[in-house]
Design a protein. Structure first.
Length: 68
């Protein structure tokens, strides 16, 4: 099986947990106490999301910063 590349958007909540989300996959997110734990959890949840995905994942374009 060919490897696929996904981008993980990472935020840190008020309790210090890292929250990750894959924008290309619907409802694909996880958390961890460290970045390493988060990324391990993300690999698992991405595999699960791909099993459930019925449509081709969307293409991630990027992130833009906006000042208001």
């Amino acid at each position: 099986m060919n490897q696929q590349e996904f981008y993980v958007i990472i935020e840190q909540d008020e309790d210090g947990l890292y929250i990750g989300e894959v924008p290309q996959l619907r409802a694909c997110y996880s958390q961890g106490r460290t970045i390493d734990e988060l990324m391990s959890n993300m690999r698992e949840v991405i595999a699960l999301c791909l099993e459930e995905e019925t449509e081709f994942p969307s293409q991630f374009i990027g992130v833009q910063r906006v000042f208001v």
